[in-house]
Structures are given as structure tokens and as C-alpha cells.
Design a protein around this ligand. Structure first.
Ligand SMILES: Nc1ncnc2c1ncn2[C@@H]1O[C@H](COP(=O)(O)OP(=O)(O)OP(=O)(O)O)[C@@H](O)[C@H]1O
Length: 280
């Protein structure tokens, strides 16, 4: 990726460079050495590969750095002045932190859905079209908006009221609208930061079902507090712990593997205790 390139000129299906340790199903490879907020070492030593057609769940106790790592995957943390990333995140082998890479272009390919549904104060249609306009999309916007709303399992509920405000929808519908907004630009990776935490159980189930559909077309990384949710939807699970040995609270990856392995046969004692609910 290059800042001078418009998104349409970026080849997103370019295969990753061949190296022994690179698997060709890995779309986004994250190797964190250290992440700081000012002087505070928030996360260290965490390698988290994100594969296509899979949901990779991030679990762990509060403050272990799940959201920090997730937000590093599309440079969302660049917006925080004190944030400092030491490591590498490669998208199809290209370092997204390279000096010539435009973060807006990164987020076109690596989209994000947040904890609180956050539709903009504009119509349902304009919410979904927002990213297309930002990326100066020149094609048929109506077609793209419909496709995204269908992809987010919301089309049937809103097709007759596209001019209504996005804020007029229910919480679950708002979150699906935000998912439609995120997928409208057809990213390859979808980052989801506790997307169900503000939703009731029915809306949660709908969004979980949607995630399972989305993974057919996207690589999904999901931060969740809810271990049952991880077992329901995640193919791979990354468990983060908190290291307090240096006096602070620094998150690190304890282990990552198939979700069934992490929950049924964890390799590490800490994982065993966490999935058994011995601490939270
Ligand atoms: N903008 C920020 N400035 C300073 N410190 C921050 C900032 N954001 C997060 N932190 C700190 O970084 C550490 C990791 O936070 P993060 O939100 O990534 O953890 P988390 O595992 O997602 O937590 P939770 O499960 O509670 O949401 C915490 O100690 C947090 O206080």
C-alpha cells in the first residue's frame, strides 16, 4: 500500500510473500513487540495472525489489552497522541505502519465495528454510503448500499425507510447498520470490538448469526468478554493475560489456538484457570 495510490489501484488479492512461517490463509499478521500509551507499557509480545474465512476471538481479563491490539490492526489508535506501536502488522505482506501508508486507506480494507452502536446523525442510506463517499466511490452507490444492508441482514427491515434517521432504529438494528456501514466499502477484514455488549439477548443472537455469515466473505477479529460467545462463533481464540511482575499491568498473549483446544485442552495453566472461571 502506498499513500499516493487511490484505493481502486491497490491490489488487495496479492498473495503474501512466500516465507516458511507465513501461511497463505493469513490476511493480517500482527506481531506486537510493545505497545505504549505514554510511559505505560500496555501490551508486550503478542503475535496474532488473522485468517480469512475465520473468526478469531480475543478473550482475557479486563485491561489485558484486547481492544488495544484490535485497534492496532487498522491504525485506529493513531488517533491517540500517546500511543506508540513497536512491532509489525502486515496486510498481505505489506506493513500497515510503514511511513508511506495512509491510515484512511488501511481502514478501507480493514473495517471496524464498535462496542456501542454509533450510527451517524443522518439517514440510514447516508450512513451506509458514508465510507463510499469518503473513498470517492464513482460507481452505483444505491447498489452498494443495498448489497451492504443485505449483507448485514437489515435490508428487509429498512428498505422502505432508507431516508429515516439511522438513530430511529432499535439498538440491534443500529449495530447491524454499523456493520452495513463497515462492509459497504467491501473490506477484507472486519474488526469487531465487543459488538454485542450493548445488545439484548435476541439482538445478540442475530448479530452472532450474522458474524457466522460474514466470515464466509471476511476475516473477522472479535473482542469479546463473553466466553460463551467465543465458543459459539470463534474458530480460533487468542487468550491474553496480565503481567504484573514489573509493577504495572501489561497485557500479553498467553496462548492462541483452535477455540475447542483453548477451552477444552488449554496448554497453559493460566488459560485453564481463566476458562474455568477462576478469575475474570
Ligand atoms: N487511550 C488510552 N490512554 C492510556 N491508557 C489506555 C488507553 N486505552 C487503554 N489504556 C490502558 O491500556 C490497557 C489495556 O486497555 P484495553 O482497553 O486495550 O484492555 P481490554 O483488555 O480491551 O479491557 P476491557 O476488557 O476492560 O475492555 C489498560 O490498562 C488501559 O487502562
Amino acid at each position: 500500500m502506498n499513500a499516493s495510490l487511490t484505493p481502486s489501484r491497490i491490489t488487495i488479492n496479492q498473495p503474501a510473500p512466500v516465507a516458511n512461517e507465513i501461511r497463505d490463509d493469513i490476511v493480517l499478521d500482527c506481531k506486537v513487540k510493545e505497545i505504549h500509551y505514554g510511559d505505560f507499557l500496555a501490551v508486550r509480545d503478542s503475535n496474532v495472525p488473522i485468517a480469512r474465512k475465520q473468526i478469531t476471538g480475543f478473550i482475557g481479563p479486563s485491561g489485558c489489552g484486547k481492544s488495544t491490539v484490535l485497534r492496532s490492526l487498522n491504525r485506529m489508535n493513531d488517533l491517540i497522541d500517546t500511543f506508540r506501536f513497536d512491532g509489525q502488522v502486515t496486510y498481505h505482506g505489506k506493513d500497515i505502519y510503514a511511513s508511506d501508508v495512509d491510515p484512511v486507506v488501511v481502514r478501507r480494507y480493514i473495517g471496524m465495528v464498535f462496542q456501542q452502536p454509533n450510527p451517524f446523525s443522518m439517514s440510514i442510506f447516508d450512513n451506509v454510503a458514508f465510507g463510499l463517499k469518503l473513498n470517492r466511490f464513482k460507481g452505483d452507490t444505491h447498489e452498494k448500499v443495498e448489497k451492504a444492508l443485505r449483507g448485514a441482514a437489515l435490508w428487509d427491515e429498512v428498505k422502505g425507510k432508507l431516508k429515516n434517521s439511522g438513530l430511529s432504529l432499535s439498538g440491534g438494528q443500529q449495530q447491524r447498520l454499523c456493520i452495513a456501514r463497515a462492509i459497504a466499502t467491501e473490506p477484507e477484514v472486519l474488526l469487531m470490538d465487543e459488538p454485542c455488549s450493548a445488545l439484548d439477548p435476541i439482538a445478540t443472537r442475530q448479530v452472532e448469526e450474522l458474524m457466522l455469515e460474514l466470515k464466509e466473505n471476511f476475516a473477522v477479529a472479535l473482542v469479546t468478554h463473553n466466553m460463551q460467545q467465543a465458543t459459539r462463533v470463534a474458530d480460533k481464540t487468542a487468550f491474553f493475560g496480565v503481567d504484573m511482575s514489573a509493577g504495572g499491568r501489561t497485557g500479553y498473549l498467553v496462548e492462541m489456538g483452535e477455540t475447542s483446544q483453548i477451552f477444552n485442552h488449554p496448554r497453559e495453566q493460566l488459560t485453564r484457570e481463566y476458562v474455568a472461571g477462576e478469575f475474570s
